[in-house]
Write a protein of this length. Structure first.
Length: 379
């Protein structure tokens, strides 16, 4: 088994502190410390590429730069790295999205992955002109993915759905390869959409036992559709030569959380209709105490940031052990990030990946070129 690792492009800004916001809440002031310029994001992308990450996730929402445009520009400064572009299917027509993806594949050399985000915040969706309720947004996502996938197969599509309608839709050129579709959602209807349409189901970083429950749920739904999916997890990471040094860094980040900012972000996130966000909030309850909710799994990030709110914290060996624990319950892909993203990519890439490689659990994507990976630390 070879695990896959992706990094993150902070198109909402970066900092030596946590950049909060997301899920309908604005980015915190720390996002201005390192603005998300193409130059800086390209530095991160090149580092991720060299270190052996397969791809890089870009977020979507009012709090960050547009993912399509940003990754198209950053891709020109990389050679191998793929781009896991988050987008909301209600904002563009399915035929246009299929065409955009096909163009991206050709111009980037087949380096597009798609992260479909249905949207769990009605107040943010309305700002973009989308007034459907949450369940209807998921139903529309299902119709959207049906159309897009058929177009990618070279079919001419006619569909009169509940929310979407196309006639005589087709692509002049289909993408090669067809982009893989990533998707997350914890509500019952989200599970149904995942089972029918996606390639990789993503979950946020809950304790392994709860992740195992979600995997079993989605596997069961997919089996009824005659399909099999892969599974990935979205986590932050703080890895250091020693466990003590990693927890010192976590404590430093926590000390930088202004109480007023925590209260404001938590109030904003409480409005979320996302079941996944509700599960993230339940891990810490807005309290700074008891944030290590599983060995080396810290819920502190979620005090000021929407979406992924947990981090793996520990020595390189401890982090590798936690990754193996998630792999044991069925996780094959890890979408990681850390503050600041340039430096943390090196901590993980030079500290954890070599340990996994030594155990036969990871191979550098460019390994056929003869790169050797050495374990630099014993901690």
């Amino acid at each position: 088994m070879s695990l896959t690792f992706h990094w993150f492009l902070p198109t909402n800004g970066d900092s030596r502190h946590v950049v909060g916001g997301g899920h309908g809440t604005p980015a915190t002031a720390s996002g201005r410390d390192r603005p998300p310029t193409v130059g800086y994001l390209s530095q991160i992308a090149r580092a991720a590429e060299d270190l052996g990450f397969e791809g890089a996730l870009t977020p979507t929402g009012a709090w960050c730069e547009d993912a399509w445009l940003t990754t198209a520009m950053v891709s020109r400064h990389t050679e191998r790295l793929k781009f896991l572009v988050a987008f909301r299917p209600g904002f563009v027509s399915p035929t246009l999205a299929a065409q955009m993806a096909s163009t991206f594949q050709r111009q980037s050399g087949g380096r597009l992955l798609l992260n479909v985000v249905t949207g769990g915040e009605s107040h943010e969706q309305r700002a973009y002109g989308d007034f459907l309720d949450k369940d209807d947004r998921y139903r529309r996502t299902g119709e959207f993915l049906q159309i897009v996938r058929e177009l990618w197969e070279g079919k001419t599509v006619d569909l009169k759905g509940e929310h979407l309608r196309v006639e005589d839709a087709r692509l002049a050129r289909v993408p090669d390869p067809v982009p893989e579709v990533y998707f997350g959602g914890s509500s019952p209807i989200a599970g149904e959409i995942a089972a029918r349409h996606v390639d990789v189901y993503l979950t946020w970083g809950e304790p392994p036992a709860r992740v195992a429950e979600k995997i079993a749920w989605i596997r069961g739904l997919a089996a009824r559709q005659g399909r099999t999916l892969r599974f990935g997890i979205r986590l932050h990471v703080i890895t250091r030569d020693t466990s003590e040094a990693a927890w010192v860094e976590a404590d430093r980040l926590l000390a930088g959380f202004d109480p007023a900012t925590v209260a404001s972000v938590q109030a904003g996130l409480a409005r979320s209709e996302s079941e996944g966000q509700r599960r993230m909030l339940a891990l810490h309850g807005g309290d700074r105490d008891g944030l290590e909710i599983h060995p080396n799994l810290w819920a502190g990030i979620g005090l000021v940031r929407g979406g992924a709110g947990t981090a793996l914290v520990g020595s390189h060996t401890e982090i590798a052990d936690r990754i193996k624990e998630y792999a044991a319950v069925g996780i094959e892909e890890f979408v990681l990030s850390g503050y600041p993203h340039l430096e943390e990519a090196y901590w993980f890439g030079e500290g954890v990946l070599p340990r996994l490689a030594a155990e036969g659990l990871w191979t550098h994507p460019a390994g056929e070129k003869g790169e050797s990976v050495q374990v630099p630390f014993a901690g």
